[in-house]
Design a protein around this ligand. Structure first.
Ligand code: SF4
Ligand code: SF4
Length: 292
């Protein structure tokens, strides 16, 4: 089994070398408890999690987001990966199985992450962020996976439908837009405070809820009352706002409207600062003239 890897290096290799599949293309693959490799892929694997994955999994387990993140995730920083995206943590150094695998398969099957659903397919988009060019699919053949020897054949579209991918793609799209934004690519250097903010906003939904409702943030933004109300109880609604907030605050995209009165006050404050600086400079000049 493999996972979505948001690093540039992986994406570039896929765009360059991977044979591309369309939704209507068929591929031969089958996975069921009868295969000799059953469960082998649920060990020693890098599974990047999306914010939606974390919500589904922590709600399935009935635990707070910070407990889920502490127990079940790690943040793998590399040269290429500078955003604090999280990866599913395997059990421990000697038992490298996924914490959710059981004798009979995935113990959280209905809420398993996007990457587990997709395998053996990967998905990539060749276009610029703005253009949103067409995505394509490619096959990932993990060593030891006997699924490719099974006689079952299906189209990409059939596989995606069977795995319930549509809602995961829809919910993962704002996260993808954030992580692939040009401002988050290349030599991006986030401060520690920004890293913490990104991690909280993407994954720690309970802490982000406190940040939103216990600060003056919503006083400054023009958010419809029913949307704000939904965000209080609904993790998915809050996640959608969270992605808008990251794109607004870090990527400088107009994803959230600022309240008119706050905008005016900001403009007045700015005008006040400029006027005060101008007066101070003028006064200094006049005093210099007197003493000269
Ligand atoms: S979450 Fe489920 S499908 Fe994914 S690696 Fe763990 S046990 Fe396997
Ligand atoms: S066939 Fe592949 S995906 Fe299925 S259990 Fe075996 S290794 Fe995992």
């Amino acid at each position: 089994m493999s996972a979505e890897d948001p690093t540039n290096k992986f994406r570039e290799a896929v765009l360059k070398d991977a044979p591309r599949l369309k939704q209507t293309d068929a591929f031969q693959f089958g996975c069921h408890p009868g295969v000799s490799c059953f469960n082998q892929c649920c060990a020693d694997v890098n599974i990047f999690l999306t914010p939606y994955d974390v919500i589904r999994m922590k709600n399935r387990l009935g635990i707070p987001s910070n407990e889920f993140l502490d127990k079940y995730t790690i943040i793998p920083f590399t040269k290429e990966q500078r955003l604090p995206v999280v990866v599913l943590k395997m059990r421990d150094e000697t038992d490298k199985r996924c914490p959710f695998v059981t004798e009979s398969g995935c113990g959280i099957y209905e809420d398993r992450p996007w990457a587990c659903r997709m395998y053996p397919l990967g998905m990539a988009s060749p276009g610029d962020y703005e253009q949103g060019a067409e995505e394509f699919f490619f096959l990932i053949e993990e060593e030891g996976c006997k699924g490719f020897q099974e006689q079952r054949t299906q189209t990409v579209a059939e596989w995606l439908a069977d795995q319930g991918i549509a809602v995961y793609n829809e919910m993962g799209d704002p996260f993808r837009k954030f992580t692939t934004h040009p401002k988050m690519q290349g030599d991006v250097e986030l401060t520690l405070a920004q890293m913490d903010m990104v991690h909280m906003t993407c994954y720690d939904v309970d802490r982000f809820r406190r940040f939103v409702f216990e600060s003056t943030l919503l006083e400054k933004l023009d958010i419809a009352a029913d949307r704000a109300e939904a965000m209080r109880d609904d993790d998915v609604e809050l996640m959608k706002f969270a992605m808008d907030w990251l794109r607004f605050s870090l990527c400088r995209e107009p994803t959230l409207p600022i309240k008119q009165e706050f905008r005016q006050k900001k403009e007045q404050d700015l005008a006040g600062v400029i006027a005060a600086r101008r007066d101070a400079a003028l006064k200094q000049k006049q005093e210099k003239g007197k003493s000269g």
